[in-house]
Design a protein. Structure first.
Length: 167
């Protein structure tokens, strides 16, 4: 466990296996105690509890504390939350694809859907699973190519419409 942002200080952490709802570590940030909870892959690790500041663009809108608190989303509908997190864990388990390959795919998809929480989580997860920056960047470019190609192919729809309008 390393690479804590400069405004976080590790207070306590342990290497025992974590499961949904089990504490992963405690941190002090700006004088506040923050408890990270492991809610399933890859939302585990350090650096995800960095609080936004008033100087951040749209402070509080994409607050990384939301990622650390993601497991609480199931509080109102615990049965549905349990089913989702069980499914999520099963999806990211080793299978025909390794968990590492799945993390690289997830990182690419995170960029395609522009989810800053997912980008943070899967960047860290990919690194923890042994992916390097070149592999992560290559996965990103796959997403860029697919997203760009999807935009371009819609140009055919535009051309067809323009032809029908006699342009």
């Amino acid at each position: 466990m390393s690479r804590l942002p400069s405004n976080l200080r590790e207070v306590e952490a342990w290497d025992q296996p974590c499961g949904p709802g089990r504490a992963h570590g405690a941190f002090i940030s700006l004088g506040l105690s923050i408890r990270l909870v492991h809610i399933g892959p890859p939302f585990v690790g350090l650096g995800l509890a960095k609080k936004t500041t008033g100087d951040d663009l749209m402070a509080g809108y994409y607050d990384t504390q939301h990622l650390a608190d993601f497991g609480k989303i199931a509080d109102v509908q615990p049965d549905l939350g349990k089913k989702f997190f069980e499914y999520y864990g099963a999806v990211f388990a080793d299978g025909a694809l390794t968990a590492r390959e799945k993390s690289l795919i997830a990182l690419a998809v995170a960029h395609a859907v522009q989810c800053p929480y997912c980008i943070d989580a899967y960047t860290q997860d990919c690194q923890q699973k042994g992916a390097d920056i070149e592999q992560m960047t290559e996965a990103l470019h796959v997403a860029v190519a697919i997203r760009g190609g999807a935009s371009l192919v819609h140009g055919m729809q535009m051309r067809e419409k323009a032809n029908k309008l006699g342009m």
